[in-house]
Each structure stands twice: as C-alpha cells, then as structure tokens.
Design a protein. Sequence first.
Length: 152
Amino acid sequence: MQTHLQTAEKPIEILLVEDEPGDAYLTSEALKSARIINRLHLVEDGVEALAFLHREGSYSDAPRPDLILLDLNLPRKDGRQVLAEIKNDPLLNSIPTVVLTTSSADEDVLQSYNLRANCYITKPVDLEQFMSVIKATQEFWLSIVKLPRPPA
C-alpha cells in the first residue's frame, strides 16, 4: 500500500530544534533509515528556530517544514515560547509540531497541549529506547499521517 507521501516528489522537510548534540545526532541517524525521503534541518535554540521558520537572516532560503520536532528546554528562547509563536502565527500554525523533550512533568505536558502541540513525547534515557521512539515517531508522522502540504 502506497501513501500520498511515498509517491510525493518532494522530500519531507523536518525541522529539528534541539540543543543537545547527542540527541540531535541520534535523531538524525534514526531518520536516515526512513522509508520516506526526508531532509532534516537542525537549529540549536528557539531564536534560530523562529528565524528559520520566518526565513530571516541566514535562513532566507529555508524551506517550509512539513514537520517540527521541538525540544522544550532551549537556550535563548524556550521551546514553550517557540511553540506559542508557531501556533499563534496563521502562516505557521498548520505545521505539525511534536514536542520531543526529556521532561515528563505533568505541567509541561499540559502546557504543551494547551499551546496546541500536536504530540508530546518524552525522550527515553536508554539509547536503544531512544532510537525506538524516534523510529516510531518517524513511522507515524512520515508514513501514516497525511501532512498538510501548501500548494506549489
């Protein structure tokens, strides 16, 4: 069975907002094994994330992401602030945003969903479990879900 995404000509553009190099590397490696062609763009803080999304400065040629993987605990601008700005911007709010963070605190989960996160995932500490979670996330968001694609 082929999905719309498997026949799409353009790769799926993924923006990873992650300040921890090890987690960024592991996420990148897990996404490389995707059955769906994707391009991963990495920014390391909330200010960079918003510059990328608004195509400002060195990100003037940045593609519009089809999916955002967002850490909460970021330098310069917190992930909660970034999520609020994304979901309050009519040009960005349709981009599925997955919170991918180490926090399992109930208040972070509730606040993220109140800010209209599409999904909240707590990163496992165990390497094998971390890779498994990323692969499951990738399978769901890149193979099962039909992502909104703006008209060409």
